[in-house]
Design a protein around this ligand. Structure first.
Ligand code: GLN
Length: 304
């Protein structure tokens, strides 16, 4: 399969649609993103890399970071984590508070903000220096030691974190947050503000395509079973209240962020990252979803 040819065709056909959607504006630093940016990067397990457009520009990964923090916690705590966070789609926006009260402070899944806050809280309990541990983990996944926290985005997000703080306080009242809220919000906002390129992101998801082992260095990151479970939760919950539609359109497990990035993968084969900042009303990149829908249609392959 000539993936470069497939990507080039999709890229040139969708280029006129750049600028569709609306850049996230509830975090001021993200509102400044140029909506015309559009990049694609694909990495295969046999070592190929295919790229198009702005694939080499670093952007704010936002909620894609929830996959990394969850993988770090899952591999240490194992099934114990499911006592504190569920694995059902929420059918609600990523920052919603509504289910938490009648579900006793247990978030529906690790990929909505409430669930990710619980996961980051566990990360803080497990590591003396959680932010550094997270960067080290991601750097080793993609083989790039230059991955960094964008401090400008982190600060901007901390200054507008009222809703995330409300979620954290509310869960703490149920005993599901163990650490100090300010520390939690600081680590959470920093993880969301990690800057990566499409190329870094595609590489960093290869361990999932490779059933838990990083093909770049041979490290076992997750067990085969844990990688399966993480992929299943991405498929069912990775796109908030648009998870069903994303699965319907692309047939892939993946994760989005309000910076406009989406990473998805085909087990046993490849991972692909797409970035364009314009979002739909669910907070998912319009152009990235369209790109991935065309990709699996054009190659005639997905997980189904
Ligand atoms: N940092 C964002 C928030 O907490 C992440 C949301 C997202 O990417 N969907 O609101």
């Amino acid at each position: 399969m000539d993936y470069q040819k497939v990507i080039d065709k999709i890229y040139s056909e969708l280029l006129p649609r750049r600028g569709v959607g609306k850049v996230a504006d509830y975090i001021p630093a993200l509102a400044a993103a140029d909506p015309m940016q559009y990049g694609i990067s694909l990495s295969t397990l046999d070592g190929r890399s295919c790229n198009a457009g702005d694939y080499g520009k670093a952007f704010s990964i936002q909620s894609i970071s929830k996959v990394f923090s969850f993988a770090m916690v899952l591999r240490i705590l194992g099934d114990e984590i499911w006592d504190s966070v569920g694995r059902e789609p929420s059918g609600n926006p990523f920052n919603s508070l509504v289910q938490l009260e009648y579900e006793q402070g247990i978030p529906r899944n690790p990929f909505i903000n409430a669930g990710a806050l619980v996961v980051t809280d566990r990360l803080i309990s497990l590591y003396d220096r959680p932010k550094e541990a997270l960067l080290d983990f991601i750097r080793s996944l993609c083989g790039n030691d230059d991955i960094y926290f964008d401090q400008h985005v982190a600060r901007s997000e901390r200054e507008h974190a009222d809703r995330n703080m409300a979620l954290a306080h509310f869960m703490k009242s149920f005993g599901n947050i163990k650490n100090d809220i300010d520390t939690l919000i600081d680590v959470y906002c920093s993880q969301c503000a990690i800057a990566m390129t499409c190329q870094d992101l595609a590489k960093s998801f290869l361990f999932l395509a490779n059933r838990g082992t990083n093909p770049l260095n041979g490290d076992r990151v997750l067990s085969v079973s844990q990688a399966k479970r993480l992929g299943a939760v991405m498929l069912t919950c990775g796109f908030y209240d648009e998870s069903g539609d994303f699965a319907f359109r692309t047939g892939l497990p993946g994760k989005s962020g309000v910076g406009g990035g989406i990473v998805a993968y085909i087990p046993g084969s490849l991972s692909i990252a797409v970035w364009s900042p314009g979002l739909n009303r669910h907070g998912n990149s319009v152009l990235a979803v369209e790109t991935l829908e065309r990709f699996t249609t054009d190659i005639g392959n997905s997980i189904f």
